[in-house]
Design a protein around this ligand. Structure first.
Ligand code: G6P
Length: 607
């Protein structure tokens, strides 16, 4: 994982490298570091922990130089301490790396055998020593780098600076993204366009296997065979400054509260409220004829895909399968003739989701991506994109990205249902009208924040928490449990309510809060029976439903929250919000780092 940035410039770089790293912190925050050249010699500053530690170190011990590289780490090989922090440097080269060098053990033995001393436990340090050995053999930096690249197995994006070369930055990518930004008399290199946005909007994305020799005036790009190659320059969207918390104590809460707005922004792109009809950009498959949709994603996006399966099967009558990307990609599944792949990803950079997308492309499946970052690798490699308009999501636990993913997928279900004749214009209008109501109803749900904060006092002391639901509420139960685990570190499980009696009911006693998500829908009675079963065994049920549902089960539930009554079609979008709030308030009570929970990263760019 990790984020990397490089500047070959005219002016001092340390401050700007640090700013770039702030924009890359979503890729990991186990440690951070930068290296610059001062009078041609490599100097580094590295610090364990979040970027703030590096920032303080730089205040105490500033780093001069007009060329340098920076790194923010999510540890894969070697614990997150200063020694394992990047940049890894020898006297001749400093390297930052995103990815995993799979053959590092063999290479390590080789460079140690040739007299090099390695300090860290990382897979990266070996790259610095390998390049150094080639430099000592008399190769110039580009040739030494190319020779080393040919020896590396695995996935990587690399940036290197060389002692004595104040106008030379080298970047290379295989498997992990890397972009060059073109400035005026300066050039930049970074993991994504977001990190580079304040420096320049003119971006060249390196392709698989590319490597580039960058000076302050130019970039020369080579392919994996070493042949010079041209890559186009694109203009990225203007970027906002680094997002602010807007008066909220955490980004996560701010993003939860933005949901009425961003769901509305997303709906405006696809739904005409006057005609109550839905239209999408051209799809890469014919929804009337597609035989099977394969929906693949990771984490929270996977639960959005899971809700979509219920919609696409139940409303549009399209056979669907939904899978976790890391499982799907190695399953060796034959994909259906006339089938299509839908990937869902906030960042558009998740390594497993990207690999699943490439797998589908290799199987000649048309590919559609639901993504939040339009310049992302997944967006660029898919045949078509349906964009979520969530805006930048900073909190590691996904909130507004999830509900906007659901919004887009709901639109897809309506369009596909119409194309297949599974619904008529009248039903389309009803479903579209229900969607158009969502922003206002989401604002109503947020009015229950204080009540949910009170309930977090019941959850915070628990060791285990169960979340139950049926149908689309089952996916929300899973998402609720994931949210709680991610940020409060309480063990939580989401379960299909009907499956409770096949095992998890054995866990139920007074110490295990059971959160039930059950809007009034055709499955309500079934879930109600399961709640009775839990209550009969002393379970403490916290019940999220609408006024009617709450009225029917108030007596047996330990606590209830009556949300607005809505068309069951849109219920999962709205019921996502209270589970987000419950996880948030519980995490705050427990004092965990809500926006940057331990061991996690916002974008998982390793498999
Ligand atoms: C990480 C994040 C999750 C996210 C998942 C998938 O685990 O912490 O919040 O749901 O990655 O990310 P993506 O960017 O593909 O949606």
């Amino acid at each position: 994982m990790c984020g990397i940035i490089g500047i070959v410039g005219r002016d001092e770089v340390a401050g700007r490298l640090l700013e770039g790293l702030k924009r890359l912190e979503y890729r990991g925050y186990d440690s951070a570091g930068i290296a610059t050249l001062r009078n041609g010699a490599i100097e580094t500053r590295r610090a364990e922990g979040k970027l703030g530690n590096l920032e303080s170190l730089l205040e105490r011990e500033p780093l001069a130089g007009i060329i340098g590289v920076g790194h923010t780490r999510w540890a894969t090989h070697g614990v997150p301490n200063e020694t394992n922090a990047h940049p890894h440097a020898t006297e001749r080269v400093a390297v930052v790396h995103n990815g995993i060098i799979e053959n590092f053990r063999e290479l390590r033995a080789e460079v140690v055998g040739r007299g090099r001393n390695l300090a860290s436990k990382t897979d990266t340090e070996v790259v610095a020593h390998l390049v150094t050995l080639y430099l000592e053999d008399g190769l110039a930096p580009p040739e030494a780098t190319f020779a080393a690249l040919k020896r590396l197995e695995g996935a990587f994006a690399l940036a290197l600076v060389f002692a004595g070369h104040t106008d030379l930055l080298i970047g290379a990518r295989r498997g992990n993204p890397l972009a060059i930004a073109h400035g005026k008399g300066e050039m930049y290199l970074g993991s994504d366009a977001l990190a580079l946005a304040p420096l320049s909007r003119r971006i060249t994305y390196l392709e698989e296997g590319d490597w580039a020799v960058i000076t302050k005036s130019d970039a020369t790009i080579f392919d994996a065979e070493g042949a010079e190659i041209r890559r186009s320059v694109t203009l990225t969207e203007p970027s906002d400054g680094l997002a602010e918390k807007g008066g909220h104590p955490h980004f996560m809460l701010k993003e939860i509260y933005e949901q009425p707005q961003v769901i509305g922004d997303t709906l405006r792109a696809f739904v005409n409220p006057a005609t109550r009809s839905v239209s999408l950009p051209e799809l890469p498959f014919d929804p009337a004829r597609v035989t099977r949709l394969t929906l693949v994603a990771c984490g929270t996006a996977y639960y959005a895909a899971m809700v979509a399966k219920y919609w696409l099967e139940g409303i549009a009558r399209i056979p669907c399968e939904v899978d976790i990307a890391s499982e799907f990609r190695y399953r060796g599944a034959d994909m259906a003739d006339e089938g299509a792949m839908v990937v869902v990803s906030q960042s558009g950079e998740t390594a497993d989701t990207l690999a699943a997308l490439r797998y589908a492309r290799a199987q000649n499946q048309p590919t559609l991506a639901v993504v939040n970052v339009p310049e992302s690798t997944i967006a660029r490699e898919s045949d078509a994109v349906l964009r979520t308009f969530a805006g930048p999501e900073i909190g590691v636990a996904s909130t507004k990205a999830f509900t906007t993913q659901l919004t887009v997928l709901a639109c897809l279900a309506i369009v596909a249902a119409r194309a297949r004749g599974a619904i008529d214009a009248e039903r389309e209008a009803e479903l579209a009208a229900a969607l158009v109501e969502v922003p206002a109803r989401a604002a109503d749900v947020l009015n229950h924040d204080e009540r949910i904060r009170e309930l977090s006092h019941v959850i915070a002391p628990a060791r285990d928490v169960l979340y139950l639901g049926r149908g689309t509420s089952y996916a929300i139960a899973l998402e609720g449990a994931l949210k709680l685990k991610e940020i409060s570190y309480i063990h939580a499980e989401g379960y299909a309510a009907g499956e409770m009696k096949h095992g998890p009911i054995a866990l139920v006693d007074e110490s295990v809060p059971v959160i039930v998500i059950a809007p009034s829908d055709p499955l309500f009675e079934k879930t109600a029976s399961n709640i009775q079963e839990v209550a009969a065994r002393g379970g403490r049920v916290i019940f999220f439903s609408d006024r009617e549902g709450v009225g029917r089960l108030a007596e047996i539930a330990a606590a209830t929250v009556a949300l607005p009554a809505v068309d069951p079609f849109v219920a999962p979008i709205l019921y996502a919000i209270p589970v987000q709030l419950l996880a948030y308030h519980t995490a705050v009570l427990r004092g965990s780092d809500v926006d940057q929970p331990r061991n996690l990263a916002k974008s998982v760019t390793v498999e």
